[in-house]
Design a protein around this ligand. Structure first.
Ligand code: IVH
Length: 689
């Protein structure tokens, strides 16, 4: 023990350190706007740790040092909820939402009123209750069966966005906060990446990862997993009276430093609910976390009390679900497809399943290592995921079901890549450090030839209407064409030769000949993209065209010159150089040049546009332009239309209901333009600098 003044000084320093660290945590994890550099944070944390070691009497459970996770326990203690944690009824259609709204109006005896609702994402994680006594986090539990859950206090302490002390001078005697623990997608990817590189099992989705992490008996493991929390309600409270509405309660929680998603809002009537549902649904894949629906809650707490509960769910709230993005189905076979660059992709043939809004019959297994790691075999029950426009993928197998199946049928062997190309029989090679096995036959492999031609003709490349995969297949198989240059050779592709193909009418042959003619003189970015150089996508093709201005300059560029192009790294540079040093490719390009397949120079003009060298991000709904139109205008003026906001962003063009990108721009102090200011900028350039 220390004498008076020194003891006070140390206690004060401890208080000061804790409040600095708490503040830094809050800014970093809740506001997503860090103010303290990592090194300083670490320094302060170490100082606090050192004092607590020397003066254990000063250690408290809410100290920021306690977030690293306590040691393992044998089992979780049971935790009885003072007020049961209920579930929500579901609605799957607008009719069901309208019926819910009708029941609400009936229940309130206000048939003609338009009801105000609080609207929120339905977070796809797990429900927990957090308990604060006089503003200090004292315990927390999972939902369990609603009446009794598990005491996971030690694990919850490791979640950095959960405050260990509420941000108020006058905390309520007791506050129970309810919300969802989840794992952000980026943290999930990071976790799985680490698991993959250590040869460990990966999690199938962020929800499972969050559940697995929160229920770790050793909280030090939870601490390393990076979980997040969003509040969506309160449970038992003492010593404070709540405001009048749910949204006001959420604002109050926000003021107490609790994380509330900025997707939470309010809406009026069924129309308002549906608008929110569609707007949130449109952004579903771009959100930092998984959601499986929207939740609507009658906003007035007095009205909520009138409506009450039926069975285990409130009458005042409902979950409106989006179509599931994951379903379970069975693997009927595993095929191997040969891609444009010869990469062999294992593809699972599936028992048809409705997922993400479409019927899926095939799902990619990415590559050999991926199939091995997941150990997907014919006959397995698997989880298939289709999110947005992303190609469906097999995320994992349900091994429990395999053992059941093995009772009736013998086990299938593990998958292995064929040693010969399934299309041309050439040896399959896998280069050191590459995930993909490849057919070694290059463009002599008909499958690669077909893919290269199909890509060349595709809409975003040379845009030759009518030249789809079936037709390309016939052209190659009948030896009419072997390279893109052959398309422009009238001795090979003409009305007669085309009309001689299966199911090819005179008229379609004529249309195709015309479409091929029309595809000449395409702009340079399209042409570069159409060449199908490995690792050169549409954006890189644009960047290259803008930088070099003509194809000859690009072809002559060495690695050093290529590195000057923004976003071109060593891998892309090497792919480009390899492509242009291949004699066969040079020959094809020369013939395409004779055919005037592209026009140079166009890109030069772009490079001197009003937005040359500027990066813009478009977000939200603009009054007259679609986002694609706005992007096209930016590019036409030589600017770069980027997808996410960073310090490199020059302007953010924001419309209605702009969300996190706008917030990020404000935080970074980036100039924000509405549509009118954007028009002004592209007409007159930036006059303010
Ligand atoms: S309110 C009495 N709001 O959905 C109402 N729940 O089916 C209690 N959930 O166990 C829940 N997002 O895990 C509410 N914005 C949200 C939610 C939400 C996700 C989960 C929660 C709950 C389940 C109910």
């Amino acid at each position: 023990m220390l004498a008076g003044t020194e003891a006070t000084a140390i206690a004060e320093r401890v208080e000061k350190l804790r409040s600095l660290l708490n503040e830094a945590n809050y800014r970093y994890y809740v506001l997503d706007a860090p103010t303290l550099p990592d090194s300083e944070y670490d320094g302060l944390l170490r100082e606090l740790q050192a004092i607590e070691v020397d003066h254990p009497e000063l250690l408290t459970s809410d100290s920021p040092t306690q977030r690293v996770g306590a040691g393992p326990v044998k089992a979780f203690a049971e935790f009885g909820h003072a007020i049961p944690m209920l579930s929500l009824n579901n609605a799957f259609s607008e009719e069901e939402v309208a019926a819910f709204d009708r029941r609400v109006r009936e229940g309130l005896d206000r048939m003609d009123a338009a009801i105000e609702y609080a609207v929120e994402p339905k977070f796809d994680g797990l429900a927990v209750a957090l308990h604060y006594q006089r503003g200090v986090f004292v315990s927390g539990a999972t939902r369990g069966d609603g009446a009794r859950g598990e005491d996971v206090s030690a694990n919850l302490r490791t979640i950095q966005s959960i405050p260990m002390r509420l941000g108020t001078e006058s905390p309520p005697e007791w506050l129970e906060v309810r919300g969802e623990v989840l794992m952000l997608r980026r943290d999930f990817e990071r976790l799985n990446e680490a698991a993959r590189s250590n040869g460990e099992k990966t999690f199938v989705n962020p929800r499972n990862a969050a559940a697995g992490s929160l229920r770790q008996l050793d909280a030090r493991i939870t601490a390393r997993r990076r979980l997040s929390f969003f509040a969506y309600g309160v449970g038992r409270i003492e010593g404070v009276s709540l405001p009048e509405s749910h949204t006001a309660v959420m604002d109050w929680l926000t003021a107490l430093n609790l994380p509330v998603s900025n997707e939470c809002s309010a809406a009026i009537g069924v129309d308002g609910l549906m608008r929110y549902f569609h707007a949130l649904g449109a952004r579903r894949d771009a959100l930092p976390f998984d959601i499986d629906g929207a939740v609507y809650k009658v906003n007035s707490l007095a009205d909520q009390a009138v409506l009450g509960f039926v069975a285990r769910a409130p009458r005042f709230a409902i979950a409106h679900k989006y179509p599931a993005q994951e379903e379970i189905t069975q693997v009927l076979g595993i095929d191997v497809q040969v891609g444009r660059t010869g990469a062999l992709t294992p593809v699972a043939r599936l028992k048809p399943v409705f997922v993400g809004g479409v019927t899926v019959t095939n799902a990619t297994l990415h590559n050999e290592d991926e199939v091995r790691r997941k150990d997907v075999r014919v006959g397995d029950s698997v989880i298939v995921r289709r999110a947005g426009d992303v190609i469906p993928e097999v995320v994992g197998v349900l091994p429990e079901r395999r053992s059941m199946r093995d009772l009736v049928t013998p086990e299938f062997p593990p998958f292995s890549m064929p040693s010969a190309c399934p299309e041309c029989g050439a040896p399959v090679i896998r280069l050191e450090g590459e995930a993909a096995a490849r057919c070694s036959n290059g463009l002599s492999c008909p499958a690669q030839r077909k893919q290269a031609l199909f890509h060349f003709a595709s809409r975003r490349a040379m845009d030759i209407e009518g030249l789809g995969d079936k037709l390309v297949e016939q052209l190659v198989e009948n030896d009419l064409i072997a390279t893109p240059a052959d398309l422009y050779d009238p001795s090979k592709v003409n009305r007669e030769s085309l009309a001689s193909l299966d199911r090819m009418a005179e008229k379609s042959a004529e249309n195709l000949v015309q479409a091929i003619k029309d595809s000449r003189s395409r702009e340079l970015p399209r042409f570069i993209y159409a060449l199908g150089i490995r690792n050169v996508g549409e954006q890189t093709a644009k960047d290259l065209a803008r930088h070099f201005g003509n194809l000859d300059a690009l072809m002559a560029a060495d690695a050093e010159a290529l590195h000057e192009v923004p976003d071109v790294g060593p891998v892309v540079a090497e792919s480009i150089r390899a492509f242009f040093s291949e004699p066969h490719n040079l020959d094809v390009i020369e013939r395409l040049r004779q055919a005037h397949a592209w026009k140079d120079g166009e890109a030069r003009r772009i490079a001197v546009g009003k937005l040359a060298g500027k990066t813009l991000v478009v977000t939200g709904t603009l009054p007259s332009l679609s986002r694609d139109q706005a992007r096209a205008l930016i590019e036409a003026e030589g600017g770069k239309a980027a997808g996410s906001v960073s310090r490199k962003t020059d302007y953010v063009v924001a419309g209605a209901e702009a969300g996190t990108k706008l917030a990020k721009a404000q935080e970074l102090g980036i100039r924000i333009l509405d549509e009118a200011a954007f028009f002004e900028l592209i007409q007159h350039g930036d006059n303010t600098q």
